[in-house]
Design a protein around this ligand. Structure first.
Ligand code: FAD
Length: 424
């Protein structure tokens, strides 16, 4: 059957677009096809921390994420060198951790149950918009559609084809899973080994090494020992790497893999200081883990970039719109699941209106994003990313996380989080 609406990529952004379309315009369901290169359940490198906005968007679709295996973090501790802000919400969790293979497979099943077709194992190779249609070339042949939604993530082919020269901010992210039982000092850990994109990791590490070689004698970071031992049901985010020109933080989250309690460790760098010599991300992560009695085995680290949102970016051309990481995730934390789900709502409304009017220019898609509560939160987050990570002095970071914490908490709750309840 010829399809009018092709959704390229079946992660949270693509599946949320499909599910919202099923709600907003059920008559369009038979005309929608999702193309996904993998088969569910498929690996996706991600710490899987859901903020409450993700749950609100899912509830709006009549979905209960409790159906997916999860671990709740009662508190989130954000700070500098072990001290700072404690986020604890009355009567509910601060963060909910899912595994992406399970979460995305669940969402795909909900999409199929809603009557929307997903073709798995189809890789999109090229997207060619024309005045009267879009041609999508794949390894399973060519598809034609009136409208294409690019939901193929940070490395996606859609943006590269339709907006090849658009400016991008790309964060570097490394992650490792370790068993939750704390090993003794000096012990090595066993981790699940799934390398998603070793080339990305190798390339970023190569870049850092060559920078370091260019400026010999960069001191390795010294981490003050003696942090409090991490508790099982708390998520930790530590911004100690900022003085080293790493625009980000290390994390240590509780999680589970096939029912086994695990910890997910990682380091995020919004990559604002790419032209400066910086320590290796792995060294910083290893130091932080060592502080908790864990030895980081570099062979087990996985890496993937995250494209983060800029309000001056482009999100559409005629007949093609972008959602999720393809449009841009959060720059402060690299948080993108709730955001991908939120983009789905905006995209579904834009596609429904385009189909109803027969106007496929999507001239107003950028405005729809920027004026939405999600777009407003992303715009503020983009400004905070540039500000927070330029406060490169340890004393300023301490001031920010330890002294100004009521202000930081207030701004976060009003401007950074809780946007989903305001989505109409
Ligand atoms: C290490 C790491 C940790 C993270 N931790 C968190 C976290 O704790 N919380 C959080 O909210 N966010 C986190 N993120 C960000 C989050 O993973 C992304 O923002 C989110 O996955 C974006 O969803 P998406 O649907 O836009 O893209 P994706 O989830 O990347 O989905 C894209 C889909 O498109 C498919 N695809 C790609 N190319 C093609 C093609 N050519 N043809 C067909 N299909 C294709 C892929 O297989 C995939 O299914 C993390 C990211 C990383 C890298």
């Amino acid at each position: 059957m010829p399809r009018d609406i092709l959704i390229l990529g079946g992660g949270p952004a693509g599946l949320s677009t499909a599910l919202h379309l099923a709600h907003l315009a059920p008559e369009l369901k038979p005309r929608i096809l999702v193309l996904e290169k993998a088969h569910y359940p498929r690996h996706k490198l991600c710490a899987g921390a859901l903020v409450s906005d993700a749950e609100v968007i899912l509830q709006g679709l009549g979905l209960d994420v409790c159906e997916v295996p999860h671990v709740d973090a009662a508190e989130a501790h954000l700070g500098f060198a072990g001290k700072g802000l404690i986020v604890a919400l009355t009567g509910t969790h601060a963060l909910r951790m899912i595994r992406r293979d399970e979460f995305d497979a669940w969402l795909a099943n909900k999409t199929l149950a809603a009557g929307i077709d997903i073709r798995q194992g189809v890789t999109v190779l090229n997207v060619q918009p024309q005045p009267d249609r879009v041609t999508v070339l794949t390894d399973a042949g060519a598809f034609e559609a009136a409208v294409v939604v690019g939901a193929d993530g940070s490395n996606g082919v859609t943006r590269r084809c339709v907006l090849p020269s658009s400016k991008t901010h790309t964060a570097r992210v490394l992650e490792v899973l370790v068993p939750s039982l704390r090993a003794g000092p000096g012990a090595t850990t066993t981790s699940r080994v799934v390398v998603e994109d070793p080339a990305v990791l190798r390339a970023s590490e190569r870049g850092e090494r060559s920078n370091l070689r260019a400026e010999e004698g960069i001191p390795r970071p010294q981490i003050t020992p003696g942090h409090d031992a991490h508790a099982d049901n708390i998520a930790y985010l530590d911004f100690f790497p900022v003085p080293f020109r790493i625009a980000g933080y290390t994390w240590d989250f509780p999680t589970q893999v096939r029912g086994q309690p695990m910890r997910c460790w990682g380091i995020y760098d919004a990559n604002l200081f790419g032209n400066h010599p910086r320590p290796r991300l792995t060294d910083l992560l290893a130091d932080e883990m060592r502080d908790q009695g864990l030895a980081l085995d570099e062979a087990h680290i996985q890496g993937h970039p995250i494209r983060w949102f800029s309000p001056s970016s482009s999100y559409a051309v005629a007949r093609v719109i972008l959602v999720g990481d393809a449009a841009g995730a959060d720059g402060i934390f690299g948080e993108g699941i709730s955001i991908a789900l939120g983009y789905g709502r905006i995209a579904a409304e834009a596609v429904r209106d385009a189909m109803a009017r027969g106007d496929y220019s999507f001239r107003d898609y950028g405005r729809r994003i920027l004026t939405s509560p999600l777009g407003q939160a992303l715009t503020i987050r983009s400004s905070i990313t540039h500000l927070l990570y330029r406060l490169r002095w340890a004393w300023l970071q301490k001031l920010f996380w330890r002294v100004f914490k009521p202000v930081v908490l207030g701004v976060s709750l009003v401007f950074v989080l809780n946007w989903a309840r305001r989505m109409k």
